[in-house]
Design a protein around this ligand. Structure first.
Ligand SMILES: Cc1cc2nc3c(=O)[nH]c(=O)nc-3n(C[C@H](O)[C@H](O)[C@H](O)COP(=O)(O)O)c2cc1C
Length: 159
């Protein structure tokens, strides 16, 4: 679906999560030319208004056993999101040992704004790109089917 708008917003300190985000962008570009990939510090959450697909990525922050969750920058950014009714969401994170509740916490942030969360993926830092292509392809496949259904619904409504 060429008109689909995709935003990949990520938080990253050392570049691991950025590398995953850029890989997701490459896969998403197979479905649409309208793909934006941005660090959360470089894009206002309000720019997520009206996107068809929002990928939100964080690095895992905590004390490995307790207090483990998404990095503060990602949480803060997601808390400022506008209504995401009609947006397909997907969440990803990177970690060293165990992401624990990081992905569910990111998913909850998107659901709280009305997004339908279609997928999640955690990448271990040392093998950051493993499984990323399949994750991104699966989400983009769901987005294409969804927008196909919508446009055929529109056609059906025409007299
Ligand atoms: C302050 C700090 C706390 C971290 N806490 C955890 C943790 O609780 N569990 C874990 O698996 N990784 C933890 N990590 C590892 C990072 O999540 C991991 O290295 C991540 O890939 C970094 O992403 P980035 O390169 O995009 O900044 C921590 C890293 C830092 C700097």
């Amino acid at each position: 679906m060429p008109g689909m708008k995709v935003l990949i917003a990520y938080d990253s300190r050392k570049g691991t999560t950025r590398a995953v985000a850029e890989r997701i962008a490459l896969i998403a570009q197979g479905s649409t030319a309208d793909v934006t990939v941005s660090h959360v510090g470089a894009i206002s959450p309000s720019e997520a208004a009206g996107v068809d697909v929002l990928f939100l990525g964080a690095w895992t922050h905590g004390m490995f056993v307790i207090g483990v969750g998404p990095s503060g920058g990602a949480v803060q950014w997601a808390s400022g999101l506008p209504s995401l009714d009609g947006t397909l969401g997907a969440v990803f994170c990177t970690y060293d040992l165990n992401p624990r509740g990081t992905l569910p916490a990111l998913a909850s942030l998107l659901r709280a704004k009305g997004a339908l969360v279609a997928g999640s993926h955690a990448s271990k830092r040392r093998n950051r790109l493993a499984g990323v292509d399949d994750f991104a392809r699966d989400v983009m496949g769901q987005a294409r089917r969804r927008s196909g259904e919508r446009s055929s619904g529109d056609r059906a409504l025409r007299p």
